[in-house]
Design a protein around this ligand. Structure first.
Ligand code: TYD
Ligand code: MG
Length: 449
């Protein structure tokens, strides 16, 4: 069989381009493992054998939130949906050097302090290397056990013998099954190892965390298929050079997927960022800068948008956008040109969201437009002004989700003048709210013109 390393689809013939996802040169040959070869099951008469497992009444199944184990690192627990559930399999993806091993070692230490026995299996680093890191992090728990190997059978044996409360596998790409011919990290090894780890987790009711590397494109190196097999996928993102990292759930069978955790990498490991607004805001009122409010999961926080519009010296004008989709930027620029009689055709436009955050929330559209025209006109925006609004193709301003929550956060930070869509429903009275329908109304409000 041939497997696509990008989307995990199977084909029987090799081709240069994956017929399903369209990725180039992503099909890899692998032996496919078919069902049980056991003779006993062959042609089993389903009408003769009564299954010994009976369906349960949904309302009779016991579940309480107390079953969740909290690590005590609330940014981490929150991203998981409130804590760790017995038997859950979590994939932690992230680029090399982002801090996956650091995070999991800290989580392990916290859990071990609570009396859980934690088994940390590393196929990437030696015991001494991990010891060195643990000294930096101040991990000194009695119940944290380390085992360095890449052999799956050895790991399975150790898990069965020691019955740990939690298992960390660093990383899934380095593990291999000696019964398979392919190299560690290959599609079939990944699939089989993940499958076996999932079975151990479910059978023994042990939560297992699998650390996985991602490629530059942001997907787990190897097949997407391991994402389908696990219960929860967390991505650790952020620039490696930037000290702020965001942990984001992209799949969660035990909670919502829009929660994020924000961390800062310090010399003593990752520390939680409880107040992200402070992080992304400089509180200086500069030309080309505006402030918006983002909603990530259940949290609202303020971010600063910076734009630089300068005459293009040669060739096509450049449009560069950091932390924001460049197509969306092109769209907003077209809206500005068409509706505000601002000609940006001979200007380079650079856009940056401070703090290295990446944003998809459309509620920031209006702030981006304000930053761009502020830079173009070389005028600062009025002090303590925050903009909230999605901008449509015709320049109409649409309401953002959870307006009140965002206004509350803005007020907490001292932003008293808030510009929102005329269609927004809000009950906030303490702040000075201006409602607008169209981007054309921005000029008179922002620059008194
Ligand atoms: P690491 O957890 O090894 O990343 P990953 O497992 O995702 O590849 O750590 C990555 C970086 O973090 C490394 O370059 C060093 C830095 N770091 C700190 O700045 N402070 C610390 O206390 C630790 C342990 C690491
Ligand atoms: Mg690592």
């Amino acid at each position: 069989m041939f497997f696509c390393t990008e989307c995990g689809s199977e084909t029987t013939k090799w081709s240069g381009k994956c017929p399903v996802c369209g990725a180039w040169n992503s099909l890899k040959e692998t032996t496919s493992v078919t069902g049980r070869k056991n003779k006993k099951n062959k042609g089993r008469d389903i009408f003769e054998n009564e299954p010994n497992k009976k369906p349960l009444k949904l309302k009779d199944i016991n579940y309480t939130e107390q079953q969740r184990t909290k690590s005590g690192i609330s940014e981490f627990d929150g991203t998981l949906g409130g804590g760790i559930i017995p038997g859950m399999v979590v994939l932690i993806g992230g680029e090399p050097g982002i801090g996956k091993s650091t995070l999991m070692l800290q989580v392990s230490d916290q859990l071990a302090h609570q009396g859980k026995s934690v088994l940390y299996i590393s196929g990437e680093e030696s015991e001494e290397q991990i010891k060195l890191r643990s000294q930096r992090l101040g991990c000194n728990s009695d119940n944290l056990f380390l085992y360095c190997t890449t052999d799956f059978e050895e790991i399975a044996q150790t898990i069965f013998n020691t019955e740990p409360g939690i298992v960390i596998i660093d990383s899934i790409q380095s593990m291999y099954l000696s019964t398979m011919e392919s190299a560690p990290g290959s599609v079939s090894q990944l699939r089989e190892c993940t499958g076996f780890f999932t079975r151990i987790a479910k059978q023994k009711n042990i939560p297992i965390f699998l650390i996985g590397h991602v490629t530059k494109g942001g997907i787990v190196a190897g097949p997407k298929i391991i994402e389908h097999m696990v219960d929860t996928v967390l991505y650790f993102e952020g620039e490696t050079q930037n000290q702020f990292k965001i942990l984001r759930a992209t799949k969660n069978r035990f909670g919502s997927t829009n929660e994020i955790g924000i961390f800062e990498m310090r010399s003593t490991g990752l520390s939680e960022v409880k107040d992200p607004s402070q992080l992304f805001l400089t509180r200086e009122n500069n030309i080309g800068s505006s402030v918006g409010c983002l909603l990530e999961g259940s949290r609202a926080f303020l971010v600063e948008v910076q734009a630089l519009v300068s005459p293009a010296s040669y060739g096509n004008p450049q449009r560069v956008s950091l932390g924001f989709n460049h197509r969306k930027l092109a769209l907003l620029l077209a809206v500005i040109e068409k509706n505000l009689s601002v000609n940006l055709r001979n200007n380079d436009v650079f856009l940056n969201l401070t703090g290295g955050i990446k944003v998809t929330d459309p509620g920031l559209d209006l702030s981006i437009i304000a930053a761009i025209i502020s830079s173009f006109k070389e005028l600062t925006l009025p002090a303590n002004t925050l903009l909230l609004g999605e901008v449509g193709l015709n320049g109409e301003i649409r309401p953002v989700s959870q307006t009140d929550k965002r206004i509350k956060e803005a007020k907490k930070r001292g932003y008293e003048n808030i510009i929102i869509s005329s269609k927004s429903k809000t009950s906030s009275k303490e702040v000075n709210i201006k409602k607008i329908k169209h981007v054309r109304q921005l000029f008179p409000i922002l620059f008194n013109k």
